[in-house]
Design a protein around this ligand. Sequence first.
Ligand SMILES: *[C@@H]1O[C@H](CO)[C@@H](O)[C@H](O)[C@H]1NC(C)=O
Ligand SMILES: *[C@@H]1O[C@H](CO)[C@@H](O)[C@H](O)[C@H]1NC(C)=O
Length: 328
Amino acid sequence: PRALSSVVALGANIICNKIPGLAPRQRALCQSRPDAIIIIGEGAQLGINECQFQFRYSRWNCSTLGERTVFGQELRVGNREAAFTYAVVAAGVAHAVTKACSQGHLSQCGCDHEKQGFHHYHQEGWKWGGCSANVRYGVEFSRRFVDAREIKKNARRLMNLHNNAAGRKILEERMKLECKCHGVSGSCTTRTCWVTLPKFREIGRLLKERYSAAVQVEPVRASRLRQPSFLRLKGARGYQKPADTDLVYLERSPSYCKEDAATGSTGTRGRRCDSNSTLTDGCGAMCCGRGFDAHRYTRIWQCNCKFHWCCFVQCSTCSEKSEVFTCK
Ligand SMILES: *[C@@H]1O[C@H](CO)[C@@H](O)[C@H](O)[C@H]1NC(C)=O
Ligand SMILES: *[C@@H]1O[C@H](CO)[C@@H](O)[C@H](O)[C@H]1NC(C)=O
């Protein structure tokens, strides 16, 4: 609401023309729904933040060389990392829009009004109540807005659309039912239930799993048309399509060891690493064998604080020598 009034004050035209990298249909949607564009921006940021969290211990840390857009940096190569980024941003937008609807922050949506009152599918003493999150609205809004940036008719478009849809599908599958019991001393003679959004962290974790299991695909051109019309699993016999919730990629990923503008890799120079870990955050893997620098410092803090009657607190000073390591 704070942001909304400032948007309306500024005028939808000015705002929508100032946002870099919007496709024509996105700009049109922005102008007709200026209140939603703020929520869309927040949703995209939610996705990008989650991406950085999930990849904080990996060589690729969700930063990419390239132009910044509303959806983070542009990813030129259609690899696994691009697949994750598209899925998490599409899910982030759907999550943010659904949440805004439930909170009454968007003018054209609210709680899911189909989930109100008694429902014939459920047993006696069971009814919908409270505010059920309208995830269908959020998903549809994300589809209309996020997918509208895919204007080139190529294989990459098919890849991006598939990953956008997979991210939203995973969100939809994780919607939760919450219930409250009513009746004498908690006897639960009647139950009121409503649908809630999962925490976005859970979606991030699931998408990270899908990222690890991502499948390579290739475009298939229908005979008479030049444009690729669908994707199939690479190397599979026949036309086996990926599953709805698979993340798909067209190209292999680089090692992300060195900076490389062609792949968008920032490299790992200067990244922090753990000298004891043998996992991806260990200096061996993170620094790709180039070695690392140690920085020693002393950490000082207040400790052993005691409350004295009355009324002051006395603390001692503690210190600890510490070391951090960064890749050469
Ligand atoms: C990711 O790594 C790059 C290159 O080392 C660094 O510049 C950037 O700040 C890191 N980003 C995050 C979000 O940690
Ligand atoms: C790494 O291991 C050394 C010795 O085994 C230990 O002294 C040090 O505290 C460990 N460092 C970290 C960051 O866990």
